[in-house]
Design a protein around this ligand. Structure first.
Ligand code: OGA
Ligand code: NI
Length: 361
């Protein structure tokens, strides 16, 4: 594999920049005019009422079969029309969610020397990082992150996870276990809704050998939030993502046509979104939707993105059942290990990555 081993430029921690008290951000973080967030969300009052669908997952277990059906169809609509939805009553302990997020907030507030022990490289991205992509001179996003592998077990190395705060490793392990279960349930729902056998997507991802990673995003306060982005527009390269946002500041925006809709997080909910691999498997019945993160000058923000992915060595291609005369296979087969080299090299690039898989029909 053509793995790049080192960053092209010295790494600057965005948190250190923010803490230094600068009032103007360095040029590297200033986006081109067309990419900047609109000056204030208040300039589009109509969009204030729009939110991504919110779905009560406990209804899938209801005795009332019409309520079960209705919930399946709400999920189906959300996958087709938004690529994003929030789930409540999802079965994951709220206490575990809160503690895991707060332990990570503490991690980012540890002294910089402690965090530097985990400084990452573009070879695996695992550890403490401050950029995505290795192109020299590229514009950077206003965020730091910590990335780690949970599954398959062969990729899991707890020594690369933070040793401090002392509860961090145990909480991450528990959190990962619970989220793998929740994703397993959603995979069945998606398969059934697509008209596939209920284990189809899970089996295509490698059954028990699926991949899972966690990226904890830390968005420091930004003195010029109108010029920067916390995370540039991208679709998630993997299967599906469960995002646990900060409970006291929003920032995630989802593309809806030519607009960006700011997600209003519901307390204790997860934000679910479809990744590129499910777009490919579903032959574009479901689409991975572009999203980005805006920052602000008043509050830092922490989010946990849990990525549920196919095993890296299995070719992923459109399900035969979803390929017809009218709808030929839209994508070529590719393993996720090959696929993720794109984003690791070029950084967040909207949807250009999955577009590049289009087969010549
Ligand atoms: C991501 C992501 C959104 C957020 O990590 O891929 O889109 O709100 N995060 O942090
Ligand atoms: Ni994302």
């Amino acid at each position: 594999m053509n793995c790049i081993q080192t960053w092209p430029e010295p790494i600057v921690r965005v948190q250190s920049l923010s803490d230094s008290g600068i009032t103007a951000i360095p040029e590297r973080y200033i986006k081109r005019l067309s990419e900047r967030p609109s000056p204030s969300p208040l300039d589009s009052p109509a969009s204030d009422d729009i939110n991504i669908p919110v779905i009560d997952l406990s209804n899938l277990l209801s005795d009332d079969s019409s309520l079960r059906k209705e919930t399946m169809s709400l999920i189906s609509g959300a996958c087709r029309e938004w690529g994003f939805f929030q789930v409540v009553n999802h079965g994951v302990s709220h206490e575990l969610m809160r503690r895991t997020r707060e332990v990570w907030r503490e991690f980012f507030h540890l002294p910089v020397e402690e965090k530097q022990r985990y400084a990452n490289s573009p070879a695996t991205y695992e550890g403490y990082g401050s950029r995505l992509g290795v192109e020299k001179g590229m514009k950077l996003d206003w965020s730091d992150y910590f990335f780690l592998h949970l599954l398959p077990n062969s990729m899991r190395n707890q020594n690369k996870w933070p040793k401090l705060p002392p509860e961090c490793r145990e909480l991450v392990a528990q959190y990962g276990e619970e989220l793998v279960k929740l994703c397993g349930k959603l995979m069945k729902v998606f398969s059934t809704n697509l008209g596939l056998e209920q284990d189809y997507l899970q089996n295509s991802f490698g059954g028990e050998e699926i991949g899972a990673c966690l990226r904890v995003n830390f968005y420091p306060k930004c003195p010029q939030p109108d010029l920067a982005l916390g995370l540039s527009p991208h679709s998630d390269p993997g299967g599906m993502t469960l995002l646990l946002p900060d409970d006291n500041v929003s920032g995630l925006q989802v593309r809806r046509g030519d607009n960006w809709v700011t997600v209003k997080p519901i307390p204790n909910a997860f934000i679910v979104n479809i990744g590129d691999q499910i777009q490919v498997l579903s032959n574009a019945t479901y689409k991975s939707v572009e999203h980005r993160v805006i920052v602000n000058s008043a509050k830092e923000r922490v989010s946990l993105a849990f990525f549920y992915n196919p095993n890296g060595n299995i070719p992923i291609e459109p399900a035969k059942m979803l390929v017809t005369e009218e709808k030929p296979p839209l994508y070529k087969a590719m393993t996720f290990n090959e696929y993720r080299l794109f984003i690791r090299t070029r950084g967040p690039c909207g949807k250009s990555q999955v577009e590049s898989l289009k087969s010549p029909h």
